[in-house]
Write a protein that binds this ligand. Structure first.
Ligand code: OGA
Ligand code: FE
Length: 339
């Protein structure tokens, strides 16, 4: 991956700002938004970096940290705190608590709090090495102030709506606003929705893997709070436990303000704000998958969805997560395996 085109005048970032992983990666194709290749790739559920669109133009110049602090509104925002740079998402509904006896015993390494934007910004500005890191991740809702509403209305809705229509996506479910410290990492996971990931400020490196890489990435069981997340720590892969991770193949890119990355549903993604690059701001556009008909051969994401349903069904009838593995083993080993 090159950090800069040959004739660009200003070096925007360099490879020393990327975290180091032992991964086989190729570049994600990038095309101008008017290039027909964009829709060809989206049609095939393939990632593409879309350049030159005006999707979030109304926010590009305006949405500085100061402007957002002034205009987001006074209500509480969802902020994650982490003792290291990794913010591995966890589903609180799947955690064992006093009120939730069905969950899994588990202590998350990050925590979720409600914070006023002004407190978040203060912590961001005053943050010192060794302190907990912070990451704001909040769907935009009706509590934002009138200026943000106006900017939001000026997003290029015809552009995204034409993608939705052309590719038969379902409804827009949310626009999550991400405000990150430099160096923060969202570890590898997949979502079940189509995502147009629009960069507003700063640089993010995105590493993606196709749904066919399922067995190389070892997702947590579906009932686990880390459902949809890879169990592999990219920085210190436990190859004894996850031997196939050595052979995982992915694609990557670094997005900059104005870029829109299409992350197809069920595609794995790891996202990192570049080190020493300052805070980053992103807004995503999450669309439901739309109706699916089963056509054969099945697509890889459909197989992942089938596996999720089998796992859910087994848990439902067995009632105890501990019984799912042993049942699957006795069903499969020696009968559906070579040995
Ligand atoms: C997403 C996502 C993570 C990030 O938009 O689905 O995982 O750190 N984003 O931006
Ligand atoms: Fe995601």
């Amino acid at each position: 991956m090159t950090s800069c085109d040959k004739d660009c005048d200003k070096k925007r970032w360099d490879s020393s700002q990327l975290r180091k992983y032992d991964l086989g990666l190729e570049p994600i194709p990038r095309y101008h938004y008017q290039d027909p290749k964009v829709d060809e790739l989206i049609k095939k559920n393939q990632p593409v970096l879309i350049t030159g669109s005006k999707l979030v133009e109304s926010a590009l110049q305006k949405w500085s940290l100061e402007y957002l602090e002034k205009n987001l509104g006074k209500s509480g925002y969802t902020v994650y705190l982490s003792r290291n740079h990794k913010f591995k998402y966890f589903d609180e509904k799947k955690m064992l608590t006093k009120t939730n006896q069905k969950g899994v015993e588990f202590t998350p390494i990050s925590k979720r709090v409600d914070m006023k934007v002004s407190d978040f910004m203060k912590r961001l500005k005053e943050w010192k090495r060794g302190e907990e890191r912070i990451y704001l991740q909040q769907p935009l809702n009706s509590t934002v102030g009138p200026s943000i509403v106006e900017d939001y209305m000026k997003f290029d809705w015809p552009f995204v709506t034409s993608k939705k229509t052309k590719h038969n996506w379902g409804e827009l479910t949310s626009n999550v606003l991400f405000i990150s410290m430099e160096g923060n990492v969202t570890p590898c996971h997949y979502d079940e929705q189509q995502n147009l990931f629009a960069q507003i400020h700063g640089y993010k490196r995105c590493i993606l893997f196709s749904p066919d890489q399922f067995e190389y990435l070892y997702p947590h069981p579906v009932y686990h709070p880390h459902d949809r997340q890879s169990m592999v720590d990219f920085e210190r892969p436990d190859y004894a436990r996850f031997p196939k991770f050595r052979n995982v193949r992915g694609v990557e890119t670094v997005i900059e303000p104005g870029d829109v990355l299409y992350i197809p549903k069920y595609w794995w993604h790891h996202v990192e704000s570049l080190m020493r690059g300052g805070p980053t701001i992103t807004v995503n556009f999450w669309y439901k998958g739309g109706p699916t008909t089963l056509e054969y051969p099945l697509m890889d994401h459909q197989k992942v969805s089938i596996m999720r349903n089998v796992e859910k069904m087994l848990l439902e009838v067995l009632q105890d997560p501990k019984e799912v593995g042993p049942l699957l083993r006795s069903m499969v080993i020696g009968r559906y395996t070579e040995q």
